[in-house]
Design a protein around this ligand. Structure first.
Ligand SMILES: *Cc1c(COP(=O)(O)O)cnc(C)c1O
Length: 393
């Protein structure tokens, strides 16, 4: 019997066959052990050493593989550890096509670590450019986010996967912004899905985690080798936290999306908001593609205000909403990409991508929408007063 995604967040399919009894524990136990004893040579329980395998981490990996419809998921100590391990698939001389607008940490990794290791990149706006123009004999993969961070550009995953297949390239999709609840890139032709498990999967801003998921046996084998060799596996306790977080993924995603749509509409009506980028607005250029390839639009909003001072005043004045980096948790967070998530991205790249000093990113949480709106109303009014006062003096 196959089960639906909200149920999959709570119950592992084939649980009886896959797991020992654990005395009937309903919450999966934390196997806080570094190593596992053997009865004799060649007699392993299936677990030897926690860097390689750990039952709690394995339970989490099975859940995430199930949510993404993959055959294997690997749980890492952070999203960046996952992406760094993924880059070990490539060799000096290899070339990758990567989205121009990406999570700042991914850009930093590609520019500073991968380049040093001899991998070269073309940074392309994959949502609007013809990527096949940039493919060379050395090209090995296409790496995208959709929607991108923070500009929310939407790429047609199926269309780009056809280009990748035609040229025998891997398609890698960072699916952090929508989570597997809203989008499954493997089903649309991707070879590897990346997640920062710190965000929606964990969902409570209390653990750092990352995932690589694949539907291909050959890739799983290569990644498992890199995983055990480089050693950035998620700890048993943090694995348990993410298992616990995922149980409410469906509820959290639905509520965050409902709140985000309401706030996006509210923002559109504000005098000092010059741009609202939320893919769930019918005016967003990626709206139709999202309707085809995703089951929702997520809880992330990027917006631009009339001036830098106004933006800074908002950040200074939020109370219920917290001014903090990160996203995907139950709390609503507001971020200033120019100095936070994208601070290490060269200024000219930031400018080209539209990451100005008037741009704010909001990860909408699951609070009561009336409280979020009330807070923004007073914060915007105070910020306006502060800007006016500043002009007078
Ligand atoms: C946060 C994030 C990452 C990095 O994940 P960490 O868990 O912070 O290492 C990668 N991609 C996206 C889209 C992210 O938001």
């Amino acid at each position: 019997m196959s089960i639906n995604i909200s149920t999959k967040c709570i119950h592992l399919e084939g649980r009886e066959e896959n797991a020992p009894a654990h005395y009937g524990a309903v919450s999966y136990p934390i196997y806080q052990t570094a190593t596992f004893a053997h009865k004799g040579v060649g007699e392993s329980t299936g677990y030897d050493y926690t860097r390689l395998q750990n039952p709690t981490r394995e339970q989490l990996e099975k859940i995430v593989a199930g949510l993404e419809d993959g055959i294997d998921a690997l749980a890492f100590s952070s999203g960046m550890a996952a992406i760094a391990a993924m880059m070990e698939l490539f060799e000096p001389g290899d070339h990758l096509i990567v989205d121009a607008d990406l999570y700042g940490g991914s850009i930093r990794l590609f520019d500073n670590i991968s380049r040093k290791n001899g991998v070269s990149f073309s940074n392309i706006d994959c949502y609007k450019e013809d990527v096949s123009k940039y493919i060379t004999d050395a090209t090995k993969a296409i790496y995208i986010e959709t929607p991108t961070n923070p500009m929310m550009n939407v790429t047609d995953i199926q269309a780009i996967s056809e280009v990748a297949k035609k040229h025998n390239l891997l398609l890698i999709v960072d699916n952090t912004f929508l989570s597997p609840y809203f989008q499954n890139p493997l089903k649309l032709g991707a070879d590897i899905v990346v997640h920062s498990g710190t965000k929606y999967l964990g969902g409570h801003n209390d653990a750092i985690a990352g995932f690589l998921v694949t539907g291909r046996e050959d890739i799983s084998e290569r990644l498992r080798f890199i995983f055990k060799t480089t050693g950035a596996g998620l700890s048993p306790f943090d694995s348990w936290l993410v298992i616990r977080g995922i149980k409410t993924l469906a509820l959290r995603m639905e509520k965050a999306q409902e709140n985000a749509l309401a706030l996006a509409k509210w923002l559109q009506e504000q005098e000092h908001v010059t741009k609202v980028i939320y893919p769930g607005l019918t005016s967003h250029p990626g709206y139709e593609i999202m309707k085809r390839q995703s089951r929702g639009f997520g809880g992330m909003i990027t917006f631009e205000v009339s001036g830098k001072t106004f933006a800074l005043e908002i950040l200074k004045r939020v109370r219920l909403i917290r001014f903090a980096e990160s996203l995907g948790g139950v709390e609503t967070l507001i971020t200033y990409p120019a100095t936070q998530t994208h601070a290490d991205v060269p200024e000219e790249v930031r400018e080209k991508n539209g990451i100005t000093d008037r741009l704010l990113r909001m990860s909408v949480g699951i609070e009561d929408i009336r409280d979020l709106t009330k807070e923004l109303e007073s914060v915007f009014a105070e910020a306006q007063e502060a800007v006016n006062g500043g002009e007078k003096s």
